[in-house]
Design a protein around this ligand. Structure first.
Ligand SMILES: *Cc1c(COP(=O)(O)O)cnc(C)c1O
Length: 437
């Protein structure tokens, strides 16, 4: 594979940006070679600056559920663009998208649009604190909620670990307000609630944790969180930035039929343009300014282009059979590969939820918490990644990242990619394998 142009562009970018990128995981730190600089995408395929073509399972990390440059999204954004890019006033577009979401999601009654998932979660936490008048938040090790200070805290050892920052620049005083517990562990929650009895504003979880592998939770665990929250006057926040409009139009709340107090959205809701949102009951949303005292604002919030992209994309998602079809394709890919790895005794499993799949380099089929992933199991990932690229399959450049299937992935894409993935797995697990760049 010729990477000449991407490599040159990356050398130049390193002079301009930290790590040469606008977001860290793009830098290919844990895989081989320079990041590919993408030039265009159409449907399920992307092309890099050197002219290499790939079947894309990154899909911009999830937003592109219709694939790249979907005509409906392009037309909707182009039409809006003719009328201007931003007004700093309300626009009709927001009403259209707001109605589309609220009328088709029984778990929220009012929404606020923001510009990213990070902003949605940060605002939801402030809202939970404002609403409850309490300070501390409980989050789970292995759940990612964007890069705001309070949430860049990971767990150390022990059942309940008081904030240890995982980013420098986060004051200890902020981190101390975040209690990190293990997923899949009821006792850890009980301990945390007991220890900080009257000062816990919210429990925030990715109901389908998909930012540290795919850590599928037991429904009973999610129900347990809900009942703890009810009992102790704590708000339950489902961070559905990945799972929202991905697992079904009502996201994980719909799949598990659990009513969270606040839901955050991002990614798919903006059709590939920057957007996020948070929603809750009318009563909770009444706390948000200007109705209530929880301040939250944004110059570009509800941006006409982002919202237009969202309208086109979510309208397509509401078509009958939309989710059944992408979920079916995802299962087809997983079944094909899992049958192969089982037959050939390759310690790799494809785990799926809806149209999200994760290639787990572990013999263990049940992986529910971050600690279940053995880091050494990912030693081969960089070769896996490079060999896939060489054969025209693009996935995110880290073994902890999940993959996505879009409505644009064809039967042929699925069959071709499954066959390539099997071929590469058997290659890299061969005892005599040596990587050739
Ligand atoms: C991607 C993601 C975020 C952050 O969203 P950005 O748009 O990248 O700021 C937050 N929470 C979850 C669950 C995510 O997957």
């Amino acid at each position: 594979m010729n990477r000449t142009k991407s490599t040159q562009l990356f050398e130049e970018a390193k002079q301009l940006f930290p790590g040469g990128v606008s977001s860290p995981v793009r830098a290919f730190k844990s895989v081989l070679g320079a990041p590919l600089f993408m030039k265009k995408g159409k449907g399920s395929h992307v092309w890099d600056e050197d002219g290499n073509e790939f079947i894309d399972f990154c899909c911009s990390w999830g937003p592109l559920i219709l694939g790249h440059a979907d005509d409906r999204v392009v037309d909707s954004v182009s039409a809006a663009l003719q009328h201007g890019t931003s007004f700093g006033t309300p626009t009709q577009y927001e009403n259209i998208l707001g109605k589309l979401i609220i009328e088709n999601n029984q778990y929220i009654e009012k929404l606020r649009f923001v510009s990213s998932g990070t902003e949605a979660v940060m605002s939801a936490i402030r809202l939970a604190r404002g609403y409850t008048g309490k300070n501390k938040i409980i989050k789970f090790e292995g759940c990612y909620h964007g890069h705001s200070d309070a949430l860049l805290v990971k767990a150390g050892s022990g059942l309940v670990t008081l904030g240890e920052t995982s980013s420098s620049g986060v004051p200890a005083a902020f981190a101390n307000e975040t209690i990190v517990v293990e997923l899949d562990n009821e006792q850890a929650i009980l301990n945390a609630i007991q220890q900080y009895e009257n000062d816990i504003a919210c429990i925030i979880i990715e109901p389908v944790p998909a930012n540290n592998g795919l850590l599928l939770q037991r429904k009973e665990f999610l129900q347990f969180l809900k009942s703890c929250c009810v009992e102790h006057n704590i708000l339950l926040i489902f961070d559905e930035v990945i799972s929202g409009f991905r697992l079904g139009f009502e996201g994980a709340a719909g799949v598990y039929d659990i009513q969270p107090d606040i839901i955050t959205f991002g990614k798919i809701i903006g059709g590939g343009l920057p957007v996020g949102a948070y929603g809750a009951s009318k009563e909770i949303m009444a706390m948000v300014s200007p109705d209530g005292g929880v301040y939250q604002a944004g110059t570009l919030s509800g941006n006409p282009l982002s919202i237009s992209a969202g309208i086109a994309q979510l309208t397509a998602c509401l078509q009958p059979g939309f989710y059944e079809e992408i979920n079916r394709k995802t299962k087809q890919l997983a079944d094909h590969i899992n049958a192969y790895t089982f037959a050939h005794k390759i310690p790799v499993n494809i785990l799926i939820m809806g149209s999200i799949f994760w290639i787990s380099f572990s013999e263990n089929c049940v992986i529910r918490k971050a600690a279940d992933i053995v880091p050494e199991s990912l030693d081969k990932f960089k070769y896996f990644h490079a060999e896939l690229l060489n054969r025209g399959v693009y996935i995110g450049p880290s073994g902890y990242e999940v993959c996505f299937i879009s409505a644009a992935h064809t039967e042929n894409d699925i069959n071709t990619a499954s066959a390539i993935i099997c071929e590469v797995l058997s290659l890299i697990f061969d005892a005599n394998y040596i990587y050739h760049a």
